[in-house]
Design a protein. Structure first.
Length: 266
């Protein structure tokens, strides 16, 4: 049971470092945009997730969540330095009885987004984002891996008059300090996703996102597939608020999650 608890929380923490979650929240798929030299963006994003399973009469109820703070610094017009740190929590019940309840800081992430190509006439731009997960979380409690873990994401964006399309392909190498975690967890994590933004008004965008990622548990042959739908409202030129709903399209993905966040630019 402790291993299951560890996997639940380690999976949540790894999403903040191994995949491009510093996208235009609530999207998981990142865009190729950068802040511009000398500019800063602060994001505060939260996810509240629920998962239910029934295995031979044993009913498991997992309530997990995380709040992530992300800071993006424009060190050049086409290069951003992105630092993120999550705070995660979980409660797990078996047949209605609480068997685990904990919270803590997860692993910090450090990434560099480099926009390598941009064509204003066609609206196409490409970026690459290498990064590393830094073991700041407590791996014994399931809030981190205990090791440095590198990753990279390739990003494509096409902008048009009515919105934008984004596509990501990413890879991360998950390293684990705990031998038990290493024995049951996938080391090589692949991610692929696409997203769309539609301009409803000058201030309101509706967004949709679908993607697949390598399963965290090495014994699983099914890779989690997710679908996200949501809204982004621009209160001003430099402040966005968002809300979304994420749902699992197969049993490997968490059943559902509520997403909410804000992004402020300076």
């Amino acid at each position: 049971m402790l291993k299951k608890i560890s996997l639940v929380t380690a999976t949540a923490a790894s999403l903040l470092s191994a995949t491009p979650v510093f996208a235009a929240h609530p999207l998981i798929t990142d865009d190729s945009g950068t802040q511009g030299k000398g500019k800063v963006q602060i994001e505060l994003n939260s996810e509240f997730a629920w998962n239910r399973t029934d295995d031979n009469g044993v009913k498991m109820k997992e309530d997990t969540g995380e709040t992530a703070l992300a800071l993006s610094f424009g060190i050049a017009e086409n290069i951003d330095l992105v630092v993120g740190i999550p705070f995660a929590w979980y409660t797990i019940r078996e047949n209605g009885l609480r068997i685990a309840d904990d919270n803590g800081i997860g692993d910090m992430s450090l990434e560099i987004k480099f926009r390598v190509y941009e064509n204003e006439e066609s609206g196409l731009s490409l970026a690459v984002k290498p990064g590393i997960s830094i073991p700041t979380g407590d791996e014994q409690q399931g809030f981190g891996s205990g090791e440095f873990s590198p990753g990279i994401t390739l990003i494509a964006t096409h902008e048009g008059d009515f919105g934008a399309l984004h596509a990501n392909v990413g890879y991360s190498r998950n390293n684990y300090k705990n031998d038990d975690d290493d024995a049951v967890s996938s080391d090589d994590i692949w991610h692929a996703s696409i997203a769309a933004e539609l301009n409803m008004t000058d201030r309101l965008r509706t967004v949709a996102n679908i993607g697949v990622e390598t399963g965290e548990e090495i014994t699983s042959d099914t890779h989690p597939v997710f679908l996200v739908g949501g809204l982004i409202y621009s209160v001003s030129e430099n402040l966005d608020l968002d809300i979304g709903l994420k749902c699992g399209l197969n049993d490997a993905e968490t059943d559902s999650a509520l997403l909410a966040g804000l992004a402020a630019r300076f």
